[in-house]
Design a protein. Sequence first.
Length: 314
Amino acid sequence: MQSTLKRGLAIAAGLTLAFGLAACAPSPASSDTEGDGTAAEGTFASGSADKLIFAVLPDHEGADQDAQPIADWIAEITGKEVELFQATDYTAVVQGLAADQIDIAQISAFTYFQAQNAGADIEPIGAQITQEGAEPGYFSVAVKNPAAADVTSLADFADQPVCFVNPTSTSGFAVPMGGLLEADVTVSEENRLFGQEHDLNARKVAEGTDCQVGFAQDIDADPLIESGELVEVERVLVPAAPIVLQAALPQDVKDQLFDALADSTQSDLTDAGVELNEFLTDGWFGFGAVDDAYYDLIRTLCTEIADEVEACRA
């Protein structure tokens, strides 16, 4: 499936050019009255029309702090308080979106698919741009420890421990499993190790103790490749990570967010008076507008890997 996967991912990239949570969920609140006196229909996760709940995936150490400028930007755009949703893992974000406990979230392509499957009624505003002047998209990188001299392709990952990121990670599990299956490599359950965060996973492969091969997103793999601590085996373009909102939000709030965030750049954030931190300066160059169909590739991929990836069957 690797050639199919690569071809599909390339097509998707080209197109971008043109349960405990529910039990404790607060009662949704209706939105404020508009200036003309009419009621703006919609609900908020917090139960307050003055607050938005914003979530990010805990995919690297300090993810919440790195996303704080985006939260501050959303507050500037909407005039509302923005509270970060404290997520311990990807599943918490999926369930939070499905249980209407989150208004806005920066997630991965795979968690977008999962959240919809779990019942979340969400819409993508845009997808993350990770290089200046580029279109949305990033790379899933297969890497090896330099000591693994016999590993030259994904086929050589067979019969050895493989360090994946997270069972619900797009570039750290779903896309890698698709490539491995196409290379006729089936990774047994006991050989699937999960580092949980991309940077930690890349480091585990570089250390070579638990595994000598694995996967990470490019922003975390590339510095270790450049330093010689990792060797690249292969990379595949992945549909970009979306920022999404609940469809149930009031239309005026949705319009504000779509207008400001879609097709945005770093300067849009700084023009709003929000200072970029190092994480955003290095790896976030805005959001490119995408629609739901942009993620059809993930749906197709999941049908092909469902026997091996439980999250695709959920």
